[in-house]
Ligand binder design. Structure first.
Ligand code: AVI
Length: 320
């Protein structure tokens, strides 16, 4: 019988500083809070629900593209690689690739210790032939393969169009760090949402059931709970829409009245209609994204899209 292999490497990431980031973001004009704070337990559940919404085409379209081309991905990448997934989360999409790629090891990286422990353990149990070396790290700061992981040609996997939540310059910096991690000739397989009709983008981020609204508003509930704030949800509304000039969907929380809110003992006045900017989700054409990837030291080997050109999956190769 083959035993499941799971090694857990805790790189002791510094937890994100909700208090400092929220206070700094509310003092600034225009006001903004980073989207990484959406993902407390309730926010993560709401995000999972978003991925199942009829309007949120991203997840199901990307999964379709990955399934359709899994054999070709395996052919191009080859077997025996070291497969690294920054922000592995629930390690769901990697399952589409594992049988074809037969990597020498899988390295999911995530800042959430518990989440990573459970998800990596499930992968290890499901694929007894696979070595799993989970790394608890804030991959935006420290992206390192654990020293005990075996050597193999490196392949990074970054699905979900999470790259869209970085600004274009930060996206280049992140991909440059991935290029360094995989080394010359290494691969990055990355999911990127595409520019498309505004109505479809707006619906994906402002769904009829109000799940995305609940996800956005949950940020205020979290701040109330963790920072002793007194936001009243009924005085705030979700606003999301595609901004053509910036090529991004913006999400905001809109103050529905003139009001004062206390956060960690500090008072903040909001005018009626004033917003807190909570997320950007950049959309690219295939050509625009290839240009960003080239700036980070990658060339496109292949780009796959669905038949309606909604979503792209780029297989990039590091040239530096
Ligand atoms: C995680 N990320 C890629 C999602 C997105 O589409 O930008 C987050 C999200 N925000 C609202 N809906 C989904």
């Amino acid at each position: 019988m083959i035993e499941a292999t799971l090694e857990f490497h805790d790189l002791h990431p510094t937890p994100a500083d909700l208090r400092a980031d929220v206070l700094a973001g509310l003092r600034r004009r225009p006001r903004a809070i980073p989207p990484k704070f959406f993902y407390d337990a309730a926010g993560s559940k709401l995000f999972d629900a978003i991925t199942e919404l009829p309007e949120y085409y991203l997840t199901r379209t990307e999964v379709g593209v990955l399934r359709e081309h899994a054999a070709e991905i395996a052919e191009r990448v080859g077997t025996g690689s070291l497969l690294v997934e920054p922000g592995g989360g629930s390690c769901a999409k990697v399952r589409i690739l594992l049988e074809g790629l037969r990597p020498c090891a899988y390295v999911p990286m995530d800042i959430s210790r518990e989440h990573l422990w459970v998800a990596a353990g499930e992968v290890a149990a499901e694929y007894p032939w696979l070595e799993v070396h989970a790394a608890c790290t804030d991959f935006t700061r420290v992206m390192e393969v654990p020293p005990t992981a075996p050597e193999g040609p490196r392949v990074a996997f970054f699905p979900g169009s999470s790259i869209g939540n970085f600004g274009p310059e930060a996206a280049v910096d992140f991909m440059a760090a991935v290029a360094e991690l995989v080394g010359k000739g290494g691969f990055l397989l990355i999911g990127v949402d595409l520019k498309k009709a505004k109505a479809m983008l707006n619906a994906a981020y402002d769904d009829a059931q109000g799940v995305t609204a609940a996800f956005n508003l949950n940020l205020l509930t979290r701040i109330n709970r963790e920072l002793g704030a007194d936001f009243q949800s009924r005085l705030w509304a979700h606003k999301a829409g595609y901004d053509e000039a910036h090529g991004r969907v913006e999400m905001h929380l809109v103050s529905l009245a003139r009001q004062t809110v206390t956060v960690a003992g500090e008072g903040f006045q909001f005018a009626a209609g004033e917003t807190i900017h909570t997320e950007n989700s950049y959309k690219y054409t295939v050509a625009e994204f290839s240009t960003l990837a080239a700036r980070a030291g990658f060339t496109a080997e292949v780009v796959w899209t669905d038949s309606e050109q909604r979503f792209s999956v780029h297989l990039l190769r590091a040239t530096v």
